[in-house]
Design a protein around this ligand. Sequence first.
Ligand code: GLU
Length: 381
Amino acid sequence: WEDDEHVVQINRGFRVEFNSALGPYKGGLRFHPSVYLGIIKFLGFEQIFKNALTGMPIGGAKGGSDFDPKGKSDNEIMRFCQSFMLELCRHLGEHTDVPAGDIGVGGREIGFLFGQYKRVTNKYESGVLTGKGIGWGGSLVRTEATGYGTVFFLREMLKVRNDSLEGKTCVVSGSGNVAIYAIEKLHQLGAKVVACSDSNGVIFHEKGIDLELVKRLKEIERRRIADYVTYHKDSKYIAGGNIWEIPCQVAAPSATQNEINGKDAKTLVKNGCIAVGEGANMPTTPEGIKVFLDAKIAYGPGKAANAGGVATSALEMQQNASRDSWTFEFTEKKLDEIMTSIHATTFETAEEFGATGNYVVGANIAGFVKVATAMVAHGLI
Ligand code: GLU
């Protein structure tokens, strides 16, 4: 692709089509300098079981590129997306492989990718990508879905323990699409989020994060979270800080993989954290997961807790297939039902296998059995 100085730039792109036993390959695209084949493989592997848990007819895949969107102009983003799609398009199709967004890929990127797919294939194939804009095939609630869904899952985990989100002090890492809508739903359900972050640092605001400001800074102006403090003198910016040192009852890691290690998990538990809902994919290391499970707090692994995003992508595909568009209320109700059902399935499966309250066991077994059963039915050779 060509940058604004007319210099040719090279990036590497990937798509790992992992499993199509339950439906067309489905999973997001990540644009981030850390992307290499190993990251796309682990994300694609997790996606298989996450997608199975949603109960929707979707297989598992992931893709992306080591392209860094940070500091790029809209035109550079467009030219990169066009270059990437020029190759990717031959592998896609509404019945074959349906990408969406992930880190670094939102509505703007999906628009450029869709335009290029249409241009090259001469097809208006709405169902080939999800996360599309409202007005040209996108679904209401898709933007909010991952964050909202994570909070619905947290709500269900607390319900089993005769508790609720009402009045809880929460910490949500990140300040991207997942974090923003996790904060929004937590606030709607009566909790208070006191901290969020980006890769440079942490914002602590004891009276509660001003979400409209975060939305403006991150979604519209594409600025860093450090700028938050210039609008709220009573908030604090901790450059390079560790968000897990801020005491909370509920944590929603919503930034990226491996953001909570064993030590962070211990700090959270020691400070009184009773529930963790993973908005990101694999944000907790194996050592961290062990700490949460040993402490018997409510721990919702990403493949269950953050499945609301891809589930709503499947609802978008459903609307595209019937050339329909649903209301916000109707779609959010469907998302809530799906998350409630994922919680019930993972809770009951854990119980059945003698690991009551262990959502890791519940999610892995329930997801695996569904996929394996279909694969065996389809014939192994
Ligand atoms: N990237 C999201 C995930 O990790 C969404 C994928 C999709 O909607 O296809 O599940």
